[in-house]
Design a protein around this ligand. Structure first.
Ligand code: IPE
Ligand code: IPE
Ligand code: MG
Length: 255
């Protein structure tokens, strides 16, 4: 556990309602590097520091689940060299950081279609998931070769198989049964979805899970997004009124 009392005290002042589940579209690495006259890869490497900062902050705030979009199912369309550097970086970070996650009682998992990754990377992912499987602290999910449509289609396929095997009646297919087959079903509902990098879109991230998430977009490029920017997002989240279809008066118990 972390004993940094002073940091915790500051954080508590800024954030009184801590979201249980936060997801981030970590965008803007390439532009960050290009602004400095460097290659895009430089930005991806710098982005790893932001991942560290945000994981640490979230853990200290007792966020239950943090889900980070690292590589989309569409990102394979990038130049081969960039894809290969991203894979190497993923491998390197896994090897280097997982022990630290384990030390902090974080449960690590990858969501997405991992079968397209190299055998070596798949084994490394499995090893990391196994090592941290019994941890009871924050759940860190890395979305890699993930797509929101893939997630929903895969869930539909699983239900169809159950129907075919007579394990499920077609009439029992519901939002609940489909939800159970999607990634992240065992975690708290997504409360806050952050996107860095200035674009206002979801880019096929958590389409199903984001149904009632608060959306927070910032121009800050991912390598510049650290504790301070994360706390700013949480402070904006704190000012939102989440109505879930009800009226404001109902939420505030005004009759
Ligand atoms: C996000 O940064 C990281 C990945 C998609 C892997 P980008 O690489 O998309 O950076 P920009 O959006 O081109 O600046
Ligand atoms: C979304 O960023 C994917 C990740 C952050 C991993 P992109 O840069 O791929 O999104 P688009 O292409 O601008 O929508
Ligand atoms: Mg981008």
């Amino acid at each position: 556990m972390d004993n940094n009392q002073s940091t915790d005290a500051v954080n508590e002042e800024v954030v009184d309602k801590v979201p249980k589940h936060i997801a981030i579209i970590m965008d803007g690495n390439g532009r960050w590097a290009q602004q400095q006259g460097k290659g895009r890869v430089f930005g991806h490497k710098a982005g790893v520091e932001s991942v560290r900062a945000v994981v640490t902050s979230a853990r200290k705030l007792n966020v239950q689940a943090l889900t980070l979009f690292a590589f989309s199912s569409e990102n394979w369309q990038r130049p081969e060299k960039e894809v290969s550097v991203l894979m190497d970086l993923f491998m390197y970070v896994l090897t280097k950081e997982v022990k630290r996650l384990h030390k902090h009682n974080i449960r690590f998992q990858v969501i997405g279609d991992t079968q397209r990754f190299s055998d070596k990377l798949q084994k490394n992912i499995e090893k990391s998931e196994k090592l941290t499987a019994d941890n009871t602290g924050m759940v860190l999910s890395i979305a890699a070769n993930y797509g929101g449509r893939w997630d929903i289609a895969a869930a539909a396929k699983k239900l169809a198989k159950q129907v075919k095997q007579d394990l499920l009646d077609v009439n029992d297919i519901s939002e609940e049964t489909l939800n159970q087959q999607t990634c992240l079903a065992s975690l708290p509902e997504l409360d806050l979805l952050i996107r860095t990098g200035g674009d206002y879109r979801i880019s096929n991230f958590l389409l199903w899970q984001a149904a009632y998430a608060e959306l927070y977009f910032t121009d800050t490029l991912w390598p510049d997004f650290k504790d301070e920017q994360f706390l700013e997002a949480l402070s904006v989240f704190n000012q939102r009124e989440r109505r879930f279809g009800k009226t404001g008066d109902q939420i505030n118990n005004v009759s």
